[in-house]
Design a protein around this ligand. Structure first.
Ligand code: MG
Length: 413
């Protein structure tokens, strides 16, 4: 039976939630900020009018204000964002018990077994209308026969729209889009694909699985499947317990960090401690979150969902560094960083076949990390460092001159 998958994405979520209790925000450019008292506070979210004035998420307040002098600043209320997120999921559960949250403002729904004779477009429109009338929020819904295209559909037309991507129309709708519109195609994969003249999702689909497998490893083959509409990953049954647990670690360094090398080395130490704790607890996790605090104490958070549950220090470390590179612009040195794994399951949970992030991880590496755990348990944390940690420490010493130069650059700002 053809699957019916929805992906529902709330539009301008934080800003929209603020507009529920402050209707006056609807008619002015408005942005949600972490802490407006601090000069270096940043924009966490903005409404449509602020977007139109050029305000961007993650830029500092004064930058946004220089583009949009009338910008109204609203303080963030995470408890409210969580509250509405739970309410919306409860509504989705009326349609199916297969609801998989993706961050606070997105969910996949699998309606295959519950939709009966109803038209998927009609059901999607009904959910949109209910979200609007019951909560004064708007969302975009992607309807498709797999999760990847459903996600793409919710991005395709917004705000407040439904996009249906079928087996009949996906070539017209999806193939002209840049390959980076596919979930899991990050900046580095996009660059590598562009090098071999693969620019659109259609180019990906038209390439061969063999070529992409040779060029990018199994990840490449997986992307080829996605581009051709062959993603068969499942929407997971709602299980709130799974999302509650997390294992994380953070640190404040004695001197502010000024280079990616220092960040990477610190993330490696944190990642191996997180991975060690996960393995001892017999858990694996699927969502990697990083927290970055700059020297003005602004906090940035960013997260990424892995293809598969992991307890590997290497996978967590790579993901943390990638997230950092994508989200931090070095406007200030970094005071502290943290990494956290959430969406945890027991390690014996069956792995999906769509191995992606971990395909090149071999058993040897597994055994090595476990041995490291054992030695650390017996002789203390510092007794053994992964080779990368040692390498980075040595390089850090050599780079001391460089980071001092960078310090000076920051001073001149
Ligand atoms: Mg959203």
């Amino acid at each position: 039976m053809r699957r019916v998958i929805f992906h529902i994405d709330q539009n301008c979520y934080f800003a929209s939630v603020e507009m529920i209790s402050h209707p006056e925000y609807r008619n002015v450019p408005m942005a949600v900020v972490g802490d407006k008292e601090r000069r270096h506070g940043i924009i966490l979210a903005k409404n449509q009018l602020a977007s139109m004035a050029g305000v961007k998420t993650a830029e500092v307040i004064w930058q946004a204000q220089s583009k949009c002098p009338d910008l109204v600043l609203a303080p963030a209320h995470y408890d409210k964002y969580q509250f509405y997120s739970r309410k919306l999921r409860e509504m989705y559960l009326e349609y199916t018990d297969k609801v998989e949250p993706f961050g606070l403002d997105e969910c996949w729904l699998d309606l295959t077994d519950t939709i009966g004779d109803r038209d998927p477009q009609e059901v999607a429109d009904e959910i949109r209308e209910r979200v609007k009338s019951e909560y004064k929020l708007t969302c975009s819904v992607g309807v498709s026969f797999n999760k990847i295209f459903a996600k793409l559909g919710s991005d395709y037309k917004k705000p407040d729209a439904t996009t249906v991507i079928t087996e009949e129309n996906f070539k017209q709708i999806v193939w002209p889009l840049p390959c980076s519109d596919l979930l899991f195609v990050g900046k580095s994969t996009r660059e590598r694909l562009n090098k071999v003249n693969i620019k659109t999702i259609g180019d990906l689909a038209g390439s061969t699985g063999e070529f992409l497998n040779d060029y990018l490893g199994k990840n490449g083959y997986q992307l080829w499947l996605y581009a051709n509409g062959l993603d068969d990953s499942e929407v997971k049954t709602a299980d709130y317990k799974r999302t509650v647990k997390s294992v994380g670690n953070s640190t404040t360094t004695s001197d502010d960090m000024c280079s990616l090398r220092e960040i990477s080395s610190t993330f490696l130490t944190l990642s191996s401690s997180v991975a060690g704790r996960l393995r001892r607890a017999g858990l694996k996790g699927k969502v990697v979150q990083i927290t970055v605090r700059d020297s003005a104490l602004n906090v940035y958070e960013k997260q990424k969902v892995l293809f598969n549950d992991t307890d590997s220090a290497r996978v967590i470390h790579e993901c943390a560094v990638e997230l950092f590179k994508e989200s931090y612009d070095w406007h200030l040195p970094v005071r502290s960083i943290g990494v956290r794994l959430t969406d945890l399951v027991s390690s014996d949970a069956p792995e999906q076949l769509s191995l992606f992030e971990e395909v090149d991880r071999n058993e040897k590496e597994d055994r090595l990390e476990k041995t490291v755990d054992t030695i650390r348990e017996r002789f203390g944390k510092k007794s053994l460092m992964l080779l990368g940690e040692l390498g980075n420490k040595a390089e850090n010493r050599r780079e001391e001159g460089d980071s001092q130069n960078q310090d000076k650059e920051f001073d001149t700002k």
